[in-house]
Design a protein around this ligand. Structure first.
Ligand SMILES: *[C@@H]1O[C@H](CO)[C@@H](O)[C@H](O)[C@H]1NC(C)=O
Ligand SMILES: *[C@@H]1O[C@H](CO)[C@@H](O)[C@H](O)[C@H]1NC(C)=O
Ligand SMILES: *[C@@H]1O[C@H](CO)[C@@H](O)[C@H](O)[C@H]1NC(C)=O
Ligand SMILES: *[C@@H]1O[C@H](CO)[C@@H](O)[C@H](O)[C@H]1NC(C)=O
Ligand SMILES: *[C@@H]1O[C@H](CO)[C@@H](O)[C@H](O)[C@H]1NC(C)=O
Ligand SMILES: *[C@@H]1O[C@H](CO)[C@@H](O)[C@H](O)[C@H]1NC(C)=O
Ligand SMILES: *[C@@H]1O[C@H](CO)[C@@H](O)[C@H](O)[C@H]1NC(C)=O
Ligand SMILES: *[C@@H]1O[C@H](CO)[C@@H](O)[C@H](O)[C@H]1NC(C)=O
Ligand SMILES: *[C@@H]1O[C@H](CO)[C@@H](O)[C@H](O)[C@H]1NC(C)=O
Ligand SMILES: *[C@@H]1O[C@H](CO)[C@@H](O)[C@H](O)[C@H]1NC(C)=O
Ligand SMILES: *[C@@H]1O[C@H](CO)[C@@H](O)[C@H](O)[C@H]1NC(C)=O
Length: 477
C-alpha cells in the first residue's frame, strides 16, 4: 500500500497486467471526459500543458473554496494526475504545499482521502464528509500522482529511480508556474510534504530543485525557480542500513509497547543482520557500489535479503504500519478506493484511467535499480546543514522508526541534537508527541499514531503543520 514492503507483497498478483490495463482504460474513458477538460498548452516546454476541471464539487464542498483536478502533461504521452485545493482561509496569502505519498508508485490520493485532505469517504462508498483537520485549512494544497503510471497518472513511464523521478516533478512545477491558473504560487512559500518513500523523494527532489535553481541566474537554463521553504517527512525511508537495524531494535523493544517478538525470532533476525553476507554486509556493499551499473544488482539483492530475513520476521503478524493492529488492519479504512473507482466520480473530476492505490509497473522500474536499498541521508544532512526548515516526524506505532537515522545525520547540529532531551509537546495539556528542536530542524515521535500520522492524530498533525508553516520550533499550545 504505502510502504515499499506491502507493495512488494502485492506485486506478484499484478505483474504483467497493468501496462495493458492502463492503455485500454485510457481509450475507454478518453471520449467520455475529454470534452469536460479545459486545456492549457505550455509555450516554454515541448509537449507539456495542463488539462483540468474546475470545481468538480467532489470532496471539497466548503463554499467558495476553489478546487482543480486533472493532468499536467510533463512530456509526450506523460499525463501526471494532480488535485489542487485552495486554502479554506486566506488563500491569497497562504503557502503552497505539495503532498506526495510514497511507494514507490503509490498514489497521493492516499494522503488526500485518508490523511490530510478536505474530505473522508463514508462506509457507503458513495458519499464524503468534510475533514475539519484538513491541511487546506491553512495552506493551498496540491496532491500529485507520480511517477507516470501511479494512481490516476498514465502514459509513458521512463522513471526508474529517485533521481530520474525528480526531473518530472520539477517539470510539473514549471508547467504549473507558467500557467495563469497557478503562476501566483511561484512566489509563495512552498512546503514540500511527504511520507514513507518520501524519505527518498524529499531529499532527492529538493536537492534536484536546488541544483536546477542554481543554473537559472547564469542563463544556463530558462526556468522558474522552485524554491522549497520547508520540508516535512513523516515515517520516511531515508537510510536502509540504519533503519533495517532499527527493525531489530523495535522488535526487541518498541518504546511504549515493549518486546514484539520472541527471543528465538530476535536471535534469527540478529543473525540475518550481522552474519557473513548478511543484511548489513549487503547494504554496505550497495552503498560502496555507488551508482555504477553493477550497483543495481547488488542493491536489489540487499533489498530482497533484508526485507525477507529482517523486516518480515520483525513484523510477524503485526500490521507493520501500526503494531496495535494485526496484519488484517482495519484502520484507516480504504473506502476511498471504491469511491474513486466510480464512473460518475471519475467523470466529474476528469480522471481518465482506472484508479489503483499502488501500481506495479512503475514500482518494478524502481526495483530494477535497487533504489529502495540506497541511502538519501547525505542529502537530508546537507539540507539540514543549509538551515532549511525541516521536520522529520513519525508515528510511534509504525515499525519504520526514524530517530536512529536522524541521529546519524552529518550536519552542524549533530552534537546539539544528541544532547537535546525529548520534551512533550502538548495540546491543551495532553501530550501528543515527544519532540526535539535544533534551530530550524525538528524531530517528533507522535503518540498513538501509525504510518499515516494524520489519519490517526488529525488534530496533532494539523497543529504540527501549522507550526512548520509559521517556521516555529515545535512547542505546546
Ligand atoms: C522544442 O521542440 C523544438 C522543435 O522540435 C526544438 O527546436 C526545441 O529545441 C525544443 N525545445 C525544448 C526546450 O526541448
Ligand atoms: C461566496 O462568494 C460569494 C460571491 O463572492 C459571496 O456572495 C458569498 O457570501 C460567499 N460565501 C461564503 C460562504 O463565503
Ligand atoms: C503516444 O500515444 C499514442 C497513442 O497511445 C501513440 O500512438 C504514440 O505512438 C505515442 N507516442 C509516443 C512518442 O510514445
Ligand atoms: C450514490 O449517491 C448518489 C447521490 O449522491 C445516488 O444518486 C446514487 O444512487 C448512489 N449510488 C449508490 C450505488 O449508492
Ligand atoms: C534507468 O533509467 C536511466 C535513464 O532513463 C537509464 O539510463 C538506465 O539504463 C536505466 N537503468 C535500468 C537498470 O533500467
Ligand atoms: C530461525 O532460522 C532457522 C534457519 O533459517 C529456522 O529453521 C528457524 O525456524 C528459525 N527460528 C525461528 C524462531 O524463526
Ligand atoms: C552518481 O552519479 C551522479 C551523476 O548522475 C554523480 O554526480 C555522482 O557523483 C555519482 N555518485 C557516486 C557515488 O558515484
Ligand atoms: C485481527 O484483529 C481483528 C480485530 O481485532 C480480529 O477480528 C481478527 O480475527 C484478527 N485477525 C488475525 C489474523 O489475528
Ligand atoms: C532558519 O530559517 C530561516 C528562514 O526561515 C533563516 O533565515 C535562518 O537563517 C535559519 N536558521 C539557521 C540557523 O540556519
Ligand atoms: C554525532 O554526534 C555523536 C555524539 O556526539 C557522535 O557519536 C557521532 O559520531 C556524530 N556523527 C556525525 C556524523 O558527526
Ligand atoms: C510525556 O508523555 C508521555 C505520554 O503521555 C508520558 O508517558 C511521559 O511520561 C511524558 N514525559 C514527560 C517528561 O512528561
Amino acid at each position: 500500500m504505502f510502504l515499499r514492503t506491502l507493495v512488494r507483497a502485492s506485486v506478484a498478483l499484478l505483474a504483467n497486467v497493468s501496462v495493458t490495463r492502463v492503455v485500454s482504460a485510457v481509450e475507454a474513458n478518453l471520449h467520455a471526459t475529454k470534452a469536460g477538460h479545459i486545456k492549457i498548452q505550455s509555450k516554454v516546454h515541448n509537449a507539456t500543458g495542463i488539462r483540468y476541471i474546475k470545481n468538480s464539487g467532489i470532496c471539497e464542498t466548503t463554499p467558495n473554496v476553489t478546487q482543480i483536478s486533472g493532468y499536467i502533461n510533463v512530456g509526450t504521452n506523460m499525463s501526471m494526475w494532480f488535485w489542487f485545493f485552495e486554502s479554506r482561509n486566506s488563500p491569497e496569502t497562504a503557502p503552497f504545499t505539495l503532498w506526495l505519498n510514497g511507494g514507490p508508485a503509490c498514489s497521493s490520493m492516499i494522503g488526500l482521502f485518508q490523511e490530510n485532505g478536505p474530505c473522508l469517504v463514508n462506509a457507503d462508498l458513495n458519499s464524503t464528509i468534510l475533514n475539519p483537520y484538513s491541511w487546506n485549512s491553512l495552506s493551498n494544497m496540491i496532491y500529485i500522482d507520480q511517477p507516470i503510471g501511479t494512481g490516476f497518472s498514465y502514459g509513458t513511464d521512463t522513471v526508474n529511480s529517485t533521481e530520474t523521478a525528480a526531473y518530472f516533478v520539477w517539470t510539473a512545477f514549471q508547467v504549473l508556474f507558467e500557467s495563469q491558473l497557478f503562476s501566483k504560487y511561484a512566489s509563495r512559500e512552498l512546503i514540500f510534504a511527504t511520507e514513507s518513500y518520501g524519505g527518498h523523494y524529499g531529499p532527492g527532489f529538493v536537492t534536484y530543485f536546488e541544483e536546477r535553481n542554481a543554473l537559472i541566474p547564469s542563463g544556463e537554463i530558462d526556468a522558474v525557480p522552485v524554491v522549497v521553504s520547508a520540508m516535512m517527512i513523516n515515517n520516511g525511508w531515508y537510510d536502509p542500513l540504519i533503519q533495517t537495524i532499527s527493525y531489530l531494535n523495535f522488535a526487541t523493544y518498541a518504546p511504549g509497547y515493549g518486546q514484539l517478538q520472541s527471543d528465538d525470532v530476535l536471535k534469527n533476525i540478529s543473525d540475518s543482520l550481522y552474519g557473513p553476507d548478511g543484511c548489513v554486509a549487503q547494504e554496505n556493499a550497495c552503498y560502496a557500489a555507488g551508482n555504477s551499473t553493477s550497483s543495481n544488482k547488488i542493491c536489489r539483492d540487499a533489498d530482497n535479503y533484508c526485507g525477507t530475513y529482517v523486516f518480515l520476521p520483525a513484523v510477524g503478524n503485526y500490521d507493520s504500519y501500526d503494531i496495535r493492529q494485526n496484519s488484517s488492519a482495519l484502520f484507516p479504512p480504504e473506502y476511498y478506493v471504491d469511491y474513486l473507482g466510480r464512473g460518475d466520480v471519475m467523470k466529474k473530476i476528469g480522471a481518465q484511467v482506472k484508479y489503483e492505490q499502488c501500481t506495479s509497473a512503475p514500482y518494478e522500474e524502481f526495483a530494477k535499480t535497487g533504489d529502495d536499498a540506497r541511502t538519501w541521508l547525505p542529502q537530508l544532512s546537507a539540507l539540514a546543514n543549509s538551515g532549511l526548515k525541516i521536520l522529520i516526524w513519525a508515528g510511534d506505532t509504525d515499525i519504520t522508526s526514524n530517530h536512529a537515522a536522524v541521529l546519524a545525520m552529518d550536519w552542524y547540529g549533530n552534537e546539539t541534537l544528541h544532547n537535546t532531551p525529548f520534551t512533550n509537546m502538548t495540546i491543551n495539556g495532553k501530550p501528543v508527541a515527544a519532540v526535539q528542536n535544533v534551530d530550524n530542524f525538528s524531530f517528533a515521535r507522535v503518540y498513538g499514531a501509525g504510518h499515516e500520522v494524520p489519519a490517526f492524530q488529525p488534530q496533532a498533525a494539523l497543529e504540527i503543520f501549522s507550526q512548520v508553516i509559521r517556521k516555529e520550533q515545535l512547542h505546546s499550545v
